[in-house]
Design a protein around this ligand. Structure first.
Ligand code: EPZ
Length: 418
């Protein structure tokens, strides 16, 4: 297993470019199942989860051609409408093929995702929505079997809690259903809006994506598309925090500042100078000592849960007490113990983490537990005194493209050891 060796203490200076969004690319890849025409997707990040999804699509029957950051897909016919446990257990976003498969060929057999480090993460709302659209679903041997031999029909689906991939799954199921579907309490994340733009380019009729009510008029078939994925707001946010925590001056280019409003507001409250020199760049510069600022994660446009661990690392360096509340997942504080081993003062109380700072962090051997927790350990290591060795960095490779090269490019002392 690869490790990162990081010597802390250098301020990050310069420019770092944002890759395409993993969480927009995953549903976009699944959307290629909805048509027999070619779909071209651009700015696809080279990360592990994308390779996993591409492998899954090939097994289902899609021809996939990757040329640098452009992926061309064509599913002339569905050979095997299945998502096997071997793949799903490594990436729960595999459930994004459920809606498209039922819509395209009237059936799907998808492994239940099983738990993951940050929580139970069931897909009951995906199942509930598909049943509303007329699919017959039963579960056995750890798999969901969905049938809709006569096709799906439009319905109103009221999500009893906001689910990002649940909204995406149902939007993809509804575009080929007969009649109108209304998704209520839908997720408003930018990745949902990007998927809707792709589907509309393919000929789907969708209104309201990006709001909590999405209306979809089913059509008989979809055409191909050529779509450029939005930039990764979580990667961009991670780098903004990296610039702040190392007291550097870092420009994050190729991002979309409109997707980072909650983080930028928090950083400014904490005393970080954040500028927007142009439409796709944010620049951070830490001047005054950092101030502790409370934060609660919320669905978009609130503060993203995927940036909570990174923000917690930053608050270990801030003056005062910061109360960090995680409202989306039930077990997303595993980075706290590892940060504490580096010297952070963090007390966990249920959904709250009380972070007292500033604390001098010292390098240590730590273990990554999940994608974003590992990012927070990298951030802490960048500011810690001495050397940190982070084990199991395959977690970070799931969602960050060449992170060690990007960080080294702006002055970090980081290397990967096999
Ligand atoms: C998406 O996961 C993201 N993944 C996650 O990013 C992100 O943390 C999450 O949204 C929240 O923003 C992708 O887009 C591929 P949810 P998703 O359904 O869709 C519960 C990363 O780091 N729930 O919005 O799986 C669920 O347990 C990943 O890139 C149900 O109870 O998250 C959670 O508590 C991590 N039943 C809450 O809703 C369901 O059927 C929100 O989950 C579905 C979800």
């Amino acid at each position: 297993m690869d490790k990162f060796v990081i010597a802390g203490g250098t301020a990050l200076e310069g420019e770092v470019a944002t890759s395409g969004s993993k969480n927009a690319a995953l549903p976009a890849l699944a959307a290629a199942l909805l048509t027999d025409k070619p779909v071209i997707l651009r700015r696809i990040p080279k990360v592990r989860d994308i390779r996993t999804m591409q492998r899954l699509l090939v097994d289902i029957g899609t021809q996939v051609e990757v040329a640098d950051e452009t992926v061309q897909l064509r599913t002339e016919r569905i050979v095997c409408p299945e998502a096997p446990y071997e793949l799903v257990k490594t990436m729960r976003a595999s459930s994004l093929v459920l809606g498209p498969l039922v819509a395209r060929c009237g059936r799907a057999r998808v492994s239940l995702p099983g738990g993951c480090a940050i929580g139970a993460r069931p897909i009951n709302l995906h199942i509930f929505g598909l049943e509303q659209l007329g699919a017959r679903i039963h579960q056995e041997h750890g798999y969901i079997e969905a049938q809709a031999p006569d096709g799906l029909r439009g319905a109103t689906v009221h999500f009893d809690r906001i689910t990002v991939t649940g909204t995406e799954d149902l939007m993809m199921a509804a575009v080929l259903a007969k009649g109108e579907t209304v998704l209520l309490n839908a997720a408003r994340e930018p990745e949902v809006g990007d998927l809707a733009e792709l589907l509309i380019q393919m000929g789907a009729r969708i209104e309201g994506a990006g709001t909590s009510t999405i209306r979809i008029q089913g059509v008989d078939r979809l055409e191909g598309a050529d779509h450029r994925i939005i930039p990764d707001r979580i990667e961009a946010g991670t780098f903004l925090i990296a610039g702040a925590i190392t007291n550097g001056e870092l420009a994050v280019t190729g991002c979309n500042p409109d997707h980072l409003g909650a983080l930028v507001a928090k950083l400014q409250q904490a005393g970080v100078e954040v500028r927007q020199p142009d439409a796709t760049t944010l620049r951070v510069r830490s001047g005054v000592p950092l101030r502790s600022v409370d934060m609660t994660t919320e669905e978009f446009p609130g503060f993203a849960t995927d940036l909570q661990a990174q923000y917690m690392a930053l608050m270990t360096q801030a003056e005062g007490i910061a109360i960090v509340v995680e409202t989306i997942f039930e077990n997303r504080f595993m980075h706290a113990q590892e940060l504490a081993r580096m010297g952070a003062n963090i007390r966990l109380e249920g959904k709250q983490a009380i972070v007292a700072g500033p604390r001098l962090l010292t390098g240590a051997g730590v273990i990554a537990s999940d994608l974003r927790a590992s990012a927070s350990l990298v951030l802490a290591a960048l500011v810690a005194k001495g050397e940190t060795v982070i084990d199991r960095v395959y977690h970070i490779d799931r969602g960050y493209e060449r992170i060690e090269a990007k960080l080294a490019g702006v002055g970090a002392n980081i290397r990967r050891v096999e």
